[in-house]
Design a protein around this ligand. Sequence first.
Ligand SMILES: Nc1ncnc2c1ncn2[C@@H]1O[C@H](COP(=O)(O)OP(=O)(O)OP(=O)(O)O)[C@@H](O)[C@H]1O
Ligand SMILES: [Mg+2]
Length: 239
Amino acid sequence: MDKTVTIKVHNVSKTFGQGDDKVHALKNVSLEVYRGELVMIVGPSGCGKTTLLSVIAGTLHFDSGTIRVLDSELEQLDKAQLTEFRAHNIGFIFQLFHLIPTLTTVENSAIPLIIQGKTREDAFKEAEVMLEKVGLGDKYDKLPKQLSGGQQQRVAMARAIVHNPPIVICDEPTSALDFETGIKVMDILKHIAQTHNRSVIVVTHDHRIFKYADRVVEMDDGTILEVRHNHTDEPHQTS
Ligand SMILES: Nc1ncnc2c1ncn2[C@@H]1O[C@H](COP(=O)(O)OP(=O)(O)OP(=O)(O)O)[C@@H](O)[C@H]1O
Ligand SMILES: [Mg+2]
């Protein structure tokens, strides 16, 4: 694996609410992610996993600390710059699939390309190639409600990676899937990390897929407790 750091989270804190309702979702969290690596984040419900993914993806502001993703210092970007940053750098598979119910499989999958300015025709062609890869070659013109949960998850996955982003972030990508479909999803994510040299972060409760991780980051109550390496030759956590 390449030892280039693509994501550097340094001392990041994030609170929600005020007064008695205040929740410390992230408390001085630091983490580095490398190119070509698949990192899993695990921990109990409410420990801050989705919050951490969201601040890295630039969809949520944080209170203090710094986050560098590739060449961008996120705390220095304004709203328009963050939108631009996301469009080019981030593929996000959400905890719930967030497919647009009135759009077909191809239309949903092509969204990132259309945001990047491709013509509909080109975007749809590329989306079809990606859908074929995730095993949905026969579902191009179906609406989300005509698909099973596993198929919807694979549409979400095609949409997340169709523009070949350097960073792919997945919140519970296999939780709604049967074992076999979950393995297919993880095979694709591992392939993206290894073969395309992308950084893939996966939040999961699913112990059956831990073997896909290069490193497992364990969180509890807004902090990182431990980073475990699955292989001894991996780079070490430095912060
Ligand atoms: N928008 C919000 N407003 C207020 N509190 C929030 C908000 N989002 C998250 N929280 C709180 O921040 C903490 C961390 O939430 P987060 O969603 O990051 O947890 P999680 O580890 O992803 O949990 P799960 O495994 O259940 O998805 C929780 O206590 C949650 O209630
Ligand atoms: Mg969550």
